[in-house]
Write a protein that binds this ligand. Structure first.
Ligand code: PGA
Ligand code: ZN
Length: 411
């Protein structure tokens, strides 16, 4: 490659929740441009890279990101301008070195990631390659199955459901196009079922409904009904749960506030086994807490031959954390969120490590998103088997699904 990054320019933009976030333009010497907007989590893991916010209570309730944007426009731009970078790995390595901290808290993971992703896009445009090809080369051949969040509980909803996310997964349907059709039809059927019960069809941050149902099981019943009335069976469409149990941890136990249950890790496993026995659940994310390695061991030993056990807060897209997990033989899948680690290269490293150790990669959005569809190309570029991008509704969520519909037609 002969083209290099000439300049980067940061912006404070607004995310899908109405909070400030970082955007960045990168321009190559040959005039090719790349633009990226970074996402933001709400139920973030404690081991994630740090998002830099101004904490000025008079500005966006403390959430403005002017310092992160300034870091792009001064320090980072100065370095990129002075030293010529032709490749994304070198840019990312230099950004990590420039930041100098373990968790990117000096420059801000939001600043660093915006630069990393916009530079990757600029270089892929310069190479006249679609982004997924730039990321994965000729090996990038498969489109992921969507995990669509259609119903919410936990910290994401004011109802009696303890589990945070209920996703439908059309894994038994052939093409992405047909999978999306199924997802949309089931989403609308679920809306009608809830309306007929006199329940709210208001939605949460990720576009899933947040009705005032009485329990986790009531939610699962409604979803199964929606799958069936839409004309699909549970071999075609399964269910994935993000229980987000780190949110339940209190004094070494799991307190499920809404149902009033207090359980230990073994008790949680009993609960999950009961649900799996009754419903077509194919995956459970963060089934126990982010630092409960003993609990993860119990969960994995009891359930890893039956379903996917996904580490989100557990692994935080971090090679060191995943290595620990591999050594301890815990979980069998990893959630991939670019902003948990802060650069494209480090994300690709952890995904490679996962594949080498037979963990499945599930590429994911955050609850705070934008129109940026980078994760769609990331999923295809790495042949990830699944992508999690919220409901099949709302532009911040469907931007990724729409990009995948287009990529599928190209492949
Ligand atoms: P977050 O939620 O983006 O708020 O962390 C999504 C998840 O937990 O997977
Ligand atoms: Zn999660």
């Amino acid at each position: 490659m002969t083209d290099y990054i000439k300049e980067v320019k940061g912006f404070q933009l607004i995310d899908s929740r109405g909070n400030p976030t970082v955007g960045c333009f990168a321009i190559t010497d040959g005039g090719y441009k790349g633009f990226a907007i970074v996402p933001s989590g709400a139920s973030t893991g404690v081991h994630e890279a740090v998002e830099l916010r101004d904490n000025d209570k008079t500005c966006f309730l403390g959430k403005s990101v002017n310092m992160a944007v300034d870091n792009i426009n001064t320090e980072i731009n100065d370095v990129l301008k002075k030293e010529k970078f032709f490749c994304i790995n070198e840019i990312d390595r230099r950004l990590i070195e420039l930041d100098g901290t373990e968790n990117k808290c000096r420059l801000g993971a939001n600043a660093v990631l915006a630069v990393s992703l916009s530079c990757a896009k600029a270089l892929s445009n310069s190479a006249k390659q679609p982004l997924y090809r730039f990321i994965g080369g000729e090996n990038a051949t498969s489109v992921p199955v969507p995990m669509m969040n259609i119903l919410n509980g936990g910290a994401h909803a004011n109802n009696n459901i303890d589990i945070q996310e209920f996703m439908i997964v059309p894994h038994g349907i052939e093409t992405f196009k047909r999978q999306m059709q199924a997802g949309c039809e089931i989403y609308h059927s679920l809306g009608k079922i809830l309306k007929d019960k006199g329940l709210s069809c208001g939605v949460g941050d990720e576009g899933g409904f947040a009705p005032n149902l009485q329990s986790d099981e009531a939610a699962l019943e409604c979803i199964c009904e929606a799958i069936s009335v839409s004309g699909y069976d549970t071999k075609q469409v399964g269910i994935a749960l993000d229980v987000a149990s780190s949110e339940w941890v209190k004094d070494g136990k799991y307190v499920m506030k809404k149902s009033g249950k207090t359980l230990d890790a073994a008790g949680l496993c009993d609960y999950y086994e009961r649900l799996i026995g009754k419903y077509p659940i194919i995956s459970i994310e963060d089934g126990v807490g982010e630092d409960d390695f003993d609990g993860w061991k119990i969960l994995t030993e009891r359930m890893s031959d039956k379903i996917r056990l996904v580490g989100d807060d557990l692994f935080v897209t971090n090679t060191k954390r995943l290595k620990q997990g591999i050594e301890r033989k815990i979980a069998n899948s990893i959630l991939i969120k670019l902003n948990q680690i802060g650069t494209l290269s480090e994300t690709l490293d952890v995904m490679q490590l996962a594949v080498a150790n037979r963990y499945e990669n599930i590429v994911s959005h955050r609850s705070g998103e934008s129109e940026d569809s980078f994760i769609a190309d990331l999923a295809v570029g790495t042949n990830a088997p699944f992508i999690k991008s919220g409901a099949p509704a709302r532009s911040d969520r469907v931007a990724k699904y729409n990009r995948l519909l287009i990529i599928e037609s190209e492949l």
